[in-house]
Design a protein around this ligand. Structure first.
Ligand code: NAI
Length: 327
């Protein structure tokens, strides 16, 4: 197929170019949205990522241009109007899992960094400041870790935290019997919120989970709780998180995802005035750690993304059943 590849970064090019396939790929750095959909003329397929906006208007133009397939090189598909794609007879495929270990391990690295303040120690020592003042952390051993969503990523996160000797409690609509056997205790959301020292979010963003972490749920948490979000920004009401940080209810916040990340993440904006006042306020807190949606970002995951995406496209081209088809 002729593929128009959007939101290309150097690492996408590297991994897709070295993966064998018969497809012809044209790499565009720009994101796919209503202003760039015209670039898809005479392509059979578009390859898109998390912050490409594939709404009804874009899908209409894709259809007019001859596109028959939207190949997402990510797991989430909240940025695609699936109904509109179906009506336009455009198939949508995705990569449901590339490395759940990568994301779970990143959540743990955020947790450890916030707790032991490694990022501050690194900077201090580069300036010959060998003081330990204000670097105090806490033992993870025997602390209660609450995990919301125990699918692929959440269950790996649970197992890692069990390895630290934590008490791991979890909330999921579909409890996992194997995890329960390994020592994870399933509980209702309210009880998880009120008894956890650390809470990590691993459920998808859906209408039911939008702002699952809001003022009323912050009020139920322990004072000084640590919150980690490597899932989707819309799970947390950012304004409420800022209020919780100011009142010290929230003692630590680690986010790899952010509600309005599409205007910021994956771009070098070091010479640009940031207009988003919410992220600017978040960045001002000493106990907030932000990474730019890099949870997935390991060599193993990038290789898997390239291989599975190209295989999905070949399957559709050859009329084979594709398990990763979502519409
Ligand atoms: P998954 O589908 O395997 O697991 C999600 C789990 O959440 C399921 O067990 C489901 O039953 C549960 N769930 C659904 N609604 C719930 C609710 N209301 N309350 C509690 N649990 C609920 O998904 P996976 O692969 O573990 O991914 C989780 C999320 O991680 C994805 O939705 C995605 O947003 C995010 N992600 C982030 C990446 C990053 O780079 N930071 C990369 C890949 C995924």
């Amino acid at each position: 197929m002729r593929i128009a590849f959007f939101s290309t970064k150097s690492y996408d090019k590297e991994f897709f170019k070295k993966t064998d396939s018969s497809h012809k790929i044209v790499f565009y750095e720009t994101a796919l949205n209503k202003d760039t959909a015209n670039l898809t003329k005479d392509f059979d397929c578009v390859c898109a990522f998390v912050n490409d906006k594939i709404n009804k208007e874009v899908i209409k133009e894709l259809k007019e241009n001859g596109v028959k397939l939207i190949a997402l090189r990510c797991a989430g598909f909240n940025n695609v109007d699936l109904q509109a794609a179906k009506e336009a007879n455009i198939k949508v495929v995705r990569v449901p899992a590339y490395s759940p270990h990568a994301v779970a391990e990143h959540a743990v690295s955020m947790l450890l960094t916030l707790n032991r303040k490694t990022h501050k120690a690194y900077n201090r020592i580069r300036e010959n400041n060998f003081s330990l003042e204000r670097l105090t952390g806490f033992d993870l051993y025997e602390k209660t870790v609450g995990v919301i969503g125990t699918g692929l990523i959440g269950s790996i996160f649970c197992k890692i935290m069990l390895g630290f000797g934590c008490k791991v409690i979890a909330h999921d609509l579909f409890p996992n019997a194997e995890l329960a056997k390994a020592g994870v205790i399933y509980t209702e959301l309210d009880s998880l919120l009120s008894s956890s020292n650390i809470i990590s979010l691993h459920c998808p963003l859906m209408p039911e989970t939008k702002y699952i972490i809001n003022k009323s749920n912050f009020d139920k948490m322990k004072n000084g709780v640590m919150l980690i979000n490597t899932s989707r920004g819309g799970l947390i009401n950012t304004k409420d998180a800022i209020a919780a940080l100011k009142s010290k209810k929230l003692g630590y916040l680690g986010i790899d995802v952010y509600e309005q990340e599409e205007k910021l993440f994956f771009n070098d904006l070091s010479e640009v005035i940031i207009e988003d006042d919410l992220i600017a306020r978040l960045m001002s807190f000493p106990n907030v750690l932000i990474t730019s949606h890099q949870g997935f970002f390991t060599k193993e995951a990038l290789q898997q993304i390239a291989s599975i995406t190209l295989q999905n496209i070949s399957d559709i081209e050859n009329g084979k059943a594709c398990d990763n088809e979502i519409a």
